[in-house]
Design a protein around this ligand. Sequence first.
Ligand SMILES: NC(=O)c1ccc[n+]([C@@H]2O[C@H](COP(=O)([O-])OP(=O)(O)OC[C@H]3O[C@@H](n4cnc5c(N)ncnc54)[C@H](OP(=O)(O)O)[C@@H]3O)[C@@H](O)[C@H]2O)c1
Length: 237
Amino acid sequence: MNILITGATSGIGQQLVTDYAVAGHQIWACGRNQQQLDIMASNNVTTLCFDVSNAAQCRELLTGLPVLDLVILSAGVCEYIDDAQQFDLELVQRVFAVNFFGMLNCAQPLLPQMQAGSKLVFIDSMSRLLPFSRAQAYGASKAAIHYFASSLATDLTPRGINVVTVSPGFVKTPMTDANDFAMPTRISVAEASQAIQKQLAVGKQSIYFPRLFGWLLRLLHLLPDAIQRRIADKLKN
Ligand SMILES: NC(=O)c1ccc[n+]([C@@H]2O[C@H](COP(=O)([O-])OP(=O)(O)OC[C@H]3O[C@@H](n4cnc5c(N)ncnc54)[C@H](OP(=O)(O)O)[C@@H]3O)[C@@H](O)[C@H]2O)c1
């Protein structure tokens, strides 16, 4: 397969590049960290260095590639809001610039290069399922991209392009290493990559892992808003 992966220089994206490359696929690995990209480059790994928040750069570098069978948009950032009463608007804009608009900046030039049978994968997060403390920017950006992707799926299914959402729980990466709170059921990047590959291979349209944690959060998400808020309040540090 021809596979393009953003966020390829670290964490989940990097593990996916390694695993798909070992399996012999042709990979386009995207990130900002040129040094890391140079280490990853090989016969079947071509690297592309750009900032996903720069729409012009995305258009320039992502146009004219061969037909892609699989695109995985993993590039993302997490920043928490410490003072909810005087929240930092620039922080919210920074997070949306990568987690929401960054994904669209990549999807927009890539979609015309995809054909029936291709898969376009958006990595959101289970954090979108409950109103977690301090996660206003991160959770909202992930809820927004999940909605956009699900709605896109409705209009692209007739053309045979499969839009897939992936909602991970906690995965051990530099992103979660920065967290200062308990992370139940945190799994390794190897496990996360296996879960994504397996579920993509069997045609899943929305992927959750770890499985039990995914079921639990989806059940909580079904509760009335007032109860969800009470639960989020209890989970506060
Ligand atoms: N880890 C978790 O527990 C978890 C849970 C749920 C969802 N997720 C989501 O999974 C995805 C991957 O997360 P991760 O844990 O693997 O994070 P990570 O290890 O911090 O990696 C983030 C990746 O995103 C890239 N990136 C960030 N900003 C970018 C920008 N402006 N332009 C281009 N690339 C940019 C980074 O590239 P450079 O370093 O080269 O800039 C890096 O490759 C994210 O979307 C995250 O929100 C993670």
